[in-house]
Design a protein around this ligand. Structure first.
Ligand SMILES: [Zn+2]
Length: 152
């Protein structure tokens, strides 16, 4: 018999699946009364655990979890933000093209006041988009704070 007893982890593994345990564990347990008692104790514990009825809640856990999930966002404000983004992109693109080609092809159409107007429109749309984005984030945070307040 080897001197060292099996560790707690090895004894538990042996108690769970004796057939697939290493041979030297089986040899030791067959010769060691202390380890045999430990294995018997763990087998009894595991058997009793299996006899326990499955845990069941007396409330609807899924319903409570679903109630905690964040609600989907309203589509209206995000669509408006997307439209503003596209308008800004188009105005900036058109303005950039006009600026690059200002002395070549568009002399009769593209005048300096038109380019200034495009810059003002682009800046305004950009400002509105950023303002809307800040407002939407603010509203989300307020909703979270209200939700936390309701829970307490
Ligand atoms: Zn032992």
């Amino acid at each position: 018999m080897s001197e060292a007893h099996l560790s707690e982890k090895e004894i538990q593994a042996f108690a769970i699946d004796q057939a697939h345990s290493p041979v030297h564990w089986t040899t030791h347990v067959n010769q060691c009364i202390t380890c045999q008692h430990s294995v018997a104790t763990y087998k009894l514990i595991f058997h009793e655990i299996k006899q326990q009825p499955a845990v069941a809640f007396d409330f609807d856990l899924a319903k409570l979890v679903v109630a905690q999930l964040p609600k989907p966002k309203a589509i209206g404000s995000s669509v408006l933000l997307m439209v503003l983004s596209w308008l800004t992109f188009l105005a900036l693109s058109f303005g950039a093209v006009c600026y690059v080609l200002r002395g070549q092809f568009f002399n009769f159409i593209v005048t300096e006041p038109l380019i200034n107007l495009l810059i003002v429109i682009s800046a305004s749309l950009l400002f509105l988009g950023l303002l809307l984005d800040v407002w939407m984030k603010f509203q989300e945070k307020i909703k979270v704070i209200d939700h936390i307040k309701l829970q307490h």
